[in-house]
Design a protein around this ligand. Structure first.
Ligand SMILES: [Zn+2]
Ligand SMILES: [Zn+2]
Length: 137
């Protein structure tokens, strides 16, 4: 059963033929920009399992870890869709809001809590990591 999703305007669509590796809620400062002030929820999949159709733009930046990151978004509606680290090209992170069924993105962990604002709400039932967690997959 493939996992499917896409952007708000539907000009980008994807399918993934593998189960998620892990989902995490991220409160890093950069994710607060992408998430309109809140955390982002990101679901890791094997890059080889995803097929993407539609036009994306790619914003590159260097993370605190020194990794060059690619953050891709729909060129029409701007929906943040994917992120990848050049050092770990076998894993792609999918923004959970783009999944046709967001229920599959149940986070297992909250990360970068040290960068969250004082009013942030964390799920008390999940483990919290103050900064960068161990790599996914
Ligand atoms: Zn779009
Ligand atoms: Zn983040």
């Amino acid at each position: 059963m493939p996992i499917t999703g896409g952007c708000l305007c539907k000009s980008v669509r994807y399918r993934i033929d593998a189960p998620p590796i892990v989902a995490r809620a991220c409160w890093c400062r950069l994710c607060q920009y992408l998430g309109a002030g809140s955390a982002t929820v990101n679901v890791a999949f094997p890059t080889a399992a995803i097929t993407i159709e539609g036009e994306l733009r790619d914003y590159q930046s260097v993370a605190d870890s020194g990794n060059r990151m690619h953050r891709r978004f729909c060129s029409t509606c701007g929906t943040p869709m994917f992120s990848e680290a050049e050092a770990r090209p076998h894993v792609i992170f999918v923004r959970a809001g783009t999944l046709d069924d967001p229920e599959i993105a149940q986070p297992a962990m909250t990360i970068w809590t040290a960068q969250a604002p004082s009013w942030a709400c964390f799920d008390a039932s999940l483990p919290q990591v103050e900064g960068q967690p161990p790599p996914a997959g």
